[in-house]
Design a binder for this molecule. Sequence first.
Ligand SMILES: C[S@@+](CC[C@H](N)C(=O)[O-])C[C@H]1O[C@@H](n2cnc3c(N)ncnc32)[C@H](O)[C@@H]1O
Length: 248
Amino acid sequence: MGNVKSTAENAANETVISRRMPNPKLVDRVLAPIRQQIQDLVVSTGKSSKGGPKMMRVLDVACGTGDQLFRLRRDNQIDYGLGIDLNPESIQYARERAQAAGLVLYNDDNDNHDCLEYRIQDLQDLQQQQQTETDNQFDIAMATLFFHVVPWPTAVSLLMTMSSMAPKLIVAAFVPGEKWQDKLLLWLDQRFTSHYAAFCHYLEKGSFEGLLQECDNCLEVEQVLLTNDATIRIYVLRSKAFVNGQGN
Ligand SMILES: C[S@@+](CC[C@H](N)C(=O)[O-])C[C@H]1O[C@@H](n2cnc3c(N)ncnc32)[C@H](O)[C@@H]1O
């Protein structure tokens, strides 16, 4: 096909991200078993750190309602959690919920490092910011159900950026189900979203496994976990940038 791009690819590059927040309580309830699996992985990473158990700094890209970091901080399992999302409504919800539960939110006026920080930010700025801020290292960088939402080239560059920010990545991502019923349910779930074109392109490129192939020089797979949803898997990845105990 030479350099003729597929229709899905052209459409996907023009994806418009929805600014509407889906019902946050419903989303968090549906994803609760997956959040728990991720929480367990974070805790076991902390326990098995070199030099003994440690409390950690965790980055959640496209954090949505902020629920994953909320649970970790509420249960005193991380020191600092940074959640980034483009959607102001989601970030507002995350901040208000954390505050209502008595959790400390980051604030420019204090130097408290044991806190949660939720930022409204386009992740496309993260790479540039990573190059200019020295303070941007984490123990774990995570993302849940994000890479099918953005155009493929953005997904590739963001996954690479995440690999330069933390030695371990935990990603929950869609995979095409094996049974036709799973495929149909996934299609119905995505068909009427504003990122449907990006989702189609993501499947066409091999979903998260395809993304990993593109980032082969940055990341290696440590573990792949099944979840209660046949179309979602959790990938635990090691960043090659930190193999000798160093970042870049
Ligand atoms: C399917 S939701 C997943 C949210 C969350 N990770 C969860 O598990 O509930 C995808 C999220 O990606 C966010 N998003 C999409 N593109 C983004 C971008 N360029 N920068 C920051 N956030 C983005 C959306 O606002 C949305 O909250």
